[in-house]
Design a protein around this ligand. Sequence first.
Ligand code: PYC
Length: 315
Amino acid sequence: MLVIDSHTEGEPTRVILEGGPDLGSGPLSERAARLANDFTDFYRSVVTEPYGQEAMVGALLVEPTDPDCVAGVIFFDAAAVIGMCGHGTIGVAATLAHMGKIGIGSHKIETPVGIVNVTLSDKNTVTVKNIDSYRAQRAVTVDVTDLGKVTGDIAYGGNWFFIINDSPIPVIPSNIRELTEAGIRVRDAIYEAGIEGAHAGVIDHIIFYGPAQTATHHSRNFVLCPDNAYDRSPCGTGSSARLACLAADGLLQAGEEIYQESIIGSGYTLSYQHSHGPNAPAGAVIPSITGQAFITREATLVSNPNDPLRHGVRF
Ligand code: PYC
């Protein structure tokens, strides 16, 4: 299987160019469901040890249904096939540029949750215009083991997020383990309470926000992903969901730019426009996320049927 690896603001993406499963044709949402249900061992092995690394997100390139798109892509981590991935889209654009498949300028990419626009300013710098993002519920309180009552917003940016604005734990790198464990407990509490996003959306990402380390920056975040790894970048879909909340609360105006720090100190430049799409949910925004991705590896993954760990290390 041929892959190209990159990182976007520290968060790894593995783009599968050749050798992935045949998911047939039809809508990408159906092909994503096929990947999730029929090829679990495949997708998990691609991003977990010994083939992958912690926090890695896979990006399976597929034929788009819309001929205006330069590529179709289905994203996944070690636990789940996910709807969209902001850092992954930046990684895919940088990978397509590295391969000479796209040049400087704007291009469309199809995902299972809709078409996104990428603008390549140079071979590494990419702006993603994401799908409609919105807040579904404001100030939902859950009872969390060892933390007590925790309040957050439920918002969508291509995946579903529980967004905690005032983190009960300082959002600093030395607290990564504590934030990870707290995030898992928050997610458990959400599931236990039967809380969902709109249309029974599974809230599988948790974000804690705290003050930025640099005065001119907006804030710093910690993002827990479905596989319990933390996002080294500020998370493109999570930032999209947060932009929708800031817009709904009147805390950020359309077109105003902010710089969002990640837990490791990397970041994205963010802004939004109001969405006027005919099917846009109330209060939906179109987020804009700018970050950089760098190619780290071009490789062939070899799977040996005699290798007992060919499906990855899992316990
Ligand atoms: O950037 O949207 C994102 C993302 C989702 C999971 C990891 N990164």
